[in-house]
Design a protein around this ligand. Sequence first.
Ligand code: BEZ
Ligand code: FE
Length: 291
Amino acid sequence: MSKVTIDNITEVVTAALGENGEIDARQREIMTSLIKHLHGFCKEVKLQHGEFIEACQYLARAGAVCDGGRQEFILLGDILGVEVLVDMLSNPVSGTESESTVLGPFYRENPPVLPKGASTVLKDYPGQETVYFEGYIRDADGTPLAGATIDVWEDAPNGLYENHDPDQPDYNLRGRFETDENGHYAFRALRPVDYPIPDNETAGELLRYMGHHPMRPGHMHFIISQEGYRPLISQIYDSASPYLDNDSVFAVKESLVGEFRKAAPELETDLHIEFDFVLARESAGERIAAE
Ligand code: BEZ
Ligand code: FE
């Protein structure tokens, strides 16, 4: 039997991988690196037993917060910059395609399918600025993508998404649109407001531990899909927000900041934003994986 020491523990644990059950190369790669980094972290901060137990209790509390509507671990990953890092690793930008960013925890599948130019607003918001969003979706060669699907969603002026607010109509501020034959999309919505990510439970504990605020800059979420192309999960950020350089989940990219300008009267909204997207072609590997 080997004698376990501070110096050899990492080697002892990684050497045991797959000893009592087959694991594939990816499992081995992930677990070897995870064990190395976890051990390195414990050694670097000289983690004490009481702190380890506190961390375990914290994770148990985070798990207890999760239900159908709340995924606390995504939020913790967001606060630590992990979701945005994983997104950049999964969707590297190599050319002119639009940058992606985090999905976040508030997307709902199958939003109402609406005609081009329709409004996603299902409730009266006196005084809140309305916006006409429009733009073109093209491929990297500049070819317009007709019939691309665009899901959009945003928070209400009270900073809450519809599925976290019993006072909003079902699917308020959500919609699914399609580009026309010129690759053009358009819809009406509200100017998105800055809002705090849910910080009442363990996500809030982590934010306070890190000395961070919970705010995100106002943004409109997009998922754009078209057969043969990599789906684009992204957001457009309001250039007037004070949180662009100070986003609690680190998801802002310069290329995703857009300007809301005063709208021409015929648009029948207060503001107008034009924002184009470029989709990347799906690789052969991605196509096979999707089938
Ligand atoms: C969001 O953009 O909706 C979001 C992203 C990460 C964490 C919380 C919210
Ligand atoms: Fe959001």
